[in-house]
Design a protein around this ligand. Structure first.
Ligand code: FES
Length: 210
């Protein structure tokens, strides 16, 4: 086992309300990110945890989508999230314990879940926010490529920064084989970037057309 490698999510303190969108196997990375943000927001030892440079606590919202049963037993949330459609109450118990609000989406008819794609749930919530609130939002996403592309379009629609974690087949995972490259837009023109070491997290606008 080798790690950590590559470049992860970099939340910007000027955007203290991160919207985390995870789909399928992209759910666990969003939980890790939410845990890291929650630890910074309420450290048990304030001296041991770096605060963001404007001293603001993070207030993440995690939205998760799956068409097969979620890998945890969802329960009704006890954390109110204004702007989430009525009846969308299913949440992840682990995040509830951390005080991080979460909501679930699925087209499989699971109780308490948003009936639709997770990006549509994100759109409904973002559409409820005013300009000031939107100015505090940054989107982070991990999941299937069509979901990431939809997330990039969603971010563009609301003029929000957006980071996506890509998935690729990897032969070496240390930058040597170029088997995991993806086309990316750079300031100097198109380039091929290695997901294993140049990513897996990229600015969504450099990867997807919006
Ligand atoms: S897996 Fe070999 S360069 Fe990325």
């Amino acid at each position: 086992m080798l790690g950590p490698i590559g470049i992860g999510f970099v939340p910007h303190p000027q955007r203290p309300r991160p919207l985390l969108i995870g789909g399928g196997v992209g759910i666990p990375p969003m939980v890790f990110l939410a845990e890291a943000l929650a630890a910074q927001a309420s450290p048990s030892d304030p001296d041991s945890v770096p605060r963001n440079d404007i001293g603001t606590a993070w207030h993440p919202l995690v939205l998760m989508g799956s068409e097969i049963p979620f890998p945890f037993e969802a329960r009704p949330s006890t954390i109110l999230v204004p702007g989430v459609p009525d009846g969308v109450i299913a949440a992840m118990p682990l995040l509830e314990q951390l005080g991080v609000p979460s909501r679930l989406a699925s087209r499989a008819g699971f109780p308490g879940c948003f009936d639709g794609f997770v990006t549509e749930l994100g759109e409904a919530w973002l559409g409820s926010l005013d300009r000031d609130a939107l100015g505090q939002i940054e989107i982070f996403a991990c999941g299937p490529t069509p979901m990431l592309a939809a997330t990039a379009r969603l971010a563009a629609r609301f003029d929000l920064p957006c980071q996506v974690s890509l998935e690729e087949f990897m032969a070496c995972a240390v930058g040597g084989c170029a088997g995991c490259t993806v086309p990316v837009r750079t300031p100097t023109g198109p380039a091929m970037k290695r997901v294993c070491v140049d990513g897996p997290v990229f600015d969504a606008y450099t990867v997807f057309d919006t």
